[in-house]
Design a protein around this ligand. Structure first.
Ligand code: F6P
Length: 342
């Protein structure tokens, strides 16, 4: 009987997931392995939901956003006998190995399953680009391009009205999207979770712009940025199965404070899930394809407990232990961005 690999996508979706799936499936079929698509992340392995992935199943998916396997933020650790049920269903599905595509939460579960004796390979995913172990995650480039286009568009309306535009972008624990899109879009202030917001400082930068004749400004803020009190802003205090609150709303708080301190008319735009939707950029398609093919090649080599990663221009593999911490914005990159503030 042919060998069989399972593939699942867990956590928030991200442009490029389908390109990874396509890469891994094409590489598997070339070596006469069969592929099972596990549906809805870890929920599929808990509840026995999966389907065959053959050539027909992956036709036309390279440019498609989302994930043909769907996803969820299911944490097997939160279910009674969760990991045991997964092990049972791994055997029931006839799997010889599993490729888990996801962020730190998904990789954390993958790591536990590897420790318990299953063969698991990880593929890093998050638009936030904040996974340690890899220089880039796919989906980030797409999100940055979407946010940059939005910032470009907001410039013209901000200028027409002499307004401050606060643009809230995603980035729960780190400000990579804010810094990259803010730099690419020419933002006048960029605020990130790594550096608590100093409201007086922000007001001074905006006033400085007006003094030099620029009567409008663009402020980019990451959703996870912290107020001077050290607190963030959440849409809801409800936590998901991995303990994350639903973030969002810092932009509105900031806009009110800016207007209060400067008297400048201020508006807020929350880009939210628009940044995760639609077709991946060419960069993300190529990176995701390389990750998918390499993940399957690690499976073919009999490896386990590793995550594929990008280091410079090379695809490498790193142990799960290196992939489980949050990667903060490079201070040097932020220092360059600051040159253009105010
Ligand atoms: O982790 C990626 C991310 O896009 C964060 O930036 C954001 O806070 C979160 O996911 C939103 O998740 P959900 O889709 O559950 O609202």
């Amino acid at each position: 009987m042919a060998n069989r690999v399972g593939i699942l996508t867990g956590g928030g979706d991200c442009p490029g997931l389908n390109a990874v799936i396509r890469g891994a499936v094409r590489r598997a079929l070339k070596s006469d392995w069969q592929v099972t698509g596990i549906l809805e992340g870890w929920r599929g392995l808990l509840e026995g939901k999966w389907k065959e992935l053959d050539m027909e199943a992956i036709r036309g998916i390279l440019p498609r956003g989302g994930t043909i396997l769907r996803t969820s933020r299911t944490n097997p650790g939160k279910r009674a006998d969760g990991l045991e049920t997964i092990k049972k269903n791994y055997a029931a599905a006839g799997l010889d190995a599993l490729i888990a595509i996801g962020g730190d939460d998904t990789q954390g579960v993958a790591s536990k399953l590897h420790d318990s004796g299953l063969r698991v390979i990880g593929v890093p995913k998050t638009i936030d680009n904040d996974l340690s172990g890899t220089d880039y995650t796919f989906g980030f480039d797409t999100a940055v391009n979407i946010a940059t286009e939005a910032i470009d568009r907001l410039h013209t309306t901000a200028e027409a009205h002499n307004r401050v535009m606060v643009v809230e972008v995603m980035g729960r624990d780190s400000g990579w999207i804010a810094v990259a899109s803010g730099m690419a879009g020419g933002a006048d202030v960029i605020l990130i979770p790594e550096k608590p917001i100093d409201l007086d400082d922000v007001a001074k930068l905006l006033q400085h712009r007006v003094e030099r004749g620029r009567c409008f400004s663009i402020v980019v803020v990451a959703e996870g940025a912290k107020l001077p009190s050290g607190k963030g802003v959440n849409i809801s205090e409800k936590v998901d199965e991995f303990g994350h609150t639903q973030q969002g709303g810092i932009g509105a708080v900031l806009a009110t404070e800016i207007e209060k301190r400067t008297g400048y008319e201020t508006r807020v735009v929350i880009l939210g899930h628009v940044q995760r939707g639609g077709s991946p950029t060419a960069f993300d398609r190529v990176l995701a394809t390389r990750f998918g093919v390499r993940a399957m090649e690690l499976v073919l080599k009999g490896e386990s407990g590793k995550m594929v990663a990008l280091r410079g221009n090379d695809i490498v593999s790193v142990p799960f232990s290196q992939a489980l911490t949050n990667r903060k914005v490079d201070p040097e990159l932020y220092r360059v961005a600051e040159t253009f503030f105010g």
